[in-house]
Design a protein around this ligand. Structure first.
Ligand SMILES: [Zn+2]
Length: 363
């Protein structure tokens, strides 16, 4: 079934999702390398589109048959997606897959359509090969199998620059049917990633100048989604930020306080906790607080932090873009933030009592 409106992915509370994302991401790079070296050398192919431009194409939903009889699954995703698109702009094409068990032939049909949406135009044989190659990929097979038994996997993915599509894949969307709040929350979170990926080189290392660090990617999306949820009347932002310290909230355990008590030499810009997979959730939580620091203590305009500074990453490199917009170097910021975040709950929460420099968001 195909819907036609705005909507997102299940990052929350799901370590396996994060591991999957990592696997998927790295494998996609090899596929892209293969495609670029075997196909795109052909001068008859059109030049790669500019990925940092907005599109006219509206987001498209693919929902497993029988999963959303009253339409609320899509509607609850859409309310988050619409908000995020109003804020960040319309990037895409963006496809949202809300999948679940029940009808295998329907599911396989959806995956064939998905494969087709990624095809880099060429001759018919080459196009068919791409479809089959996508359907044969271990990640694709894994996802289909997960969806058939209603197991959680998937996440935000994106295809080669030559035929860029963004995809939010949820294989256990029955959970989202039962939890409209998380459904909306997930949509907000994932769409921030669409915007981030459009304005950086996602094929570089996260430590590189052209790509974003894990804390920027996950932390800013964690901050923005919680903030937007509050503006939509669906969450209490301050309470949520405190929960990230105390319990880990909907991101995972341990929370910030327990993690920092254990790890004395944590550095926000080190990718080791992500790469080694032992505590990837800290980038979400500490990153959200780092974002809060920039907005509420450094008093940088919210839209600058969540949106505008990204626009200079590819142009000037991450370090200069950050320094220009945040009014301090990343290095200075990491030092200041480290001292800040190690204070008590009562002390850090005070940053939300002072008014941010300039709020220009539509309510
Ligand atoms: Zn995320």
């Amino acid at each position: 079934m195909v819907g036609r409106e705005p909507k997102n992915d299940f990052y929350l509370n799901n370590r396996s999702w994060m591991h999957f994302m990592k696997k998927y991401f790295f494998r996609s790079r090899y596929l892209i390398l293969f495609l670029t070296t075997t196909v795109l050398g052909d001068s008859s192919n059109p030049p790669a589109p500019q990925l940092n431009l907005e599109t006219e194409t509206e987001p498209t939903f693919f929902v497993s048959k029988g999963l959303d009889p009253d339409g609320s699954l899509v509607l609850n995703y859409q309310r988050g997606l619409n908000y995020a698109i109003d804020y960040f702009g319309n990037y895409g094409p963006f496809y949202i897959y809300l999948l679940g068990p029940g009808n295998e032939s329907d599911l396989r049909d959806i995956y064939r359509k998905r494969a087709r949406s990624r095809v880099i135009p060429g001759n018919a044989i080459f196009e068919r090969q791409q479809i089959e190659a996508f359907l044969d990929r271990p990640n694709t097979v894994e996802e289909i199998n997960a969806a058939l038994v209603g197991k959680a996997t998937g996440g935000l993915t994106w295809s080669a620059p030559e035929k860029r599509v963004y995809e939010d894949v949820t294989t256990n969307a029955t959970e989202r049917v039962k939890d409209p709040i998380e459904n909306t929350w997930g949509a907000l979170h994932e769409y921030h990633h669409v915007f981030q990926v459009a304005h950086s080189d996602s094929y570089q290392e996260r430590s590189s100048e052209a790509n974003l660090n894990s804390w920027m990617l996950e932390g800013m999306a964690t901050y923005s989604s919680a903030k937007f949820m509050e503006r939509m009347g669906l969450a209490d932002f301050k309470q949520y930020m405190m929960a990230l310290r105390v319990s880990g909230a909907n991101i995972g355990h341990p929370g910030i306080n327990e993690f920092l008590a254990r790890v004395k030499d944590f550095r926000l810009d080190s990718e080791s906790h992500w790469d080694q997979g032992n505590a990837p959730q800290v980038y979400y939580m500490l990153g959200a607080w780092a974002t809060a620091y920039l907005i509420h203590l450094q008093e940088i305009d919210e839209e600058t932090v969540l949106k505008h500074w990204y626009l200079d990453v590819l142009k000037h490199g991450k370090t200069r873009a950050f320094t220009d917009h945040m009014k301090l170097t990343p290095k200075a910021f990491y030092l200041k933030f480290d001292a800040f975040i190690r204070q008590s709950d009562d002390e850090v929460v005070r940053i939300f009592d002072s008014k941010p420099a300039n709020i220009t968001i539509c309510e």
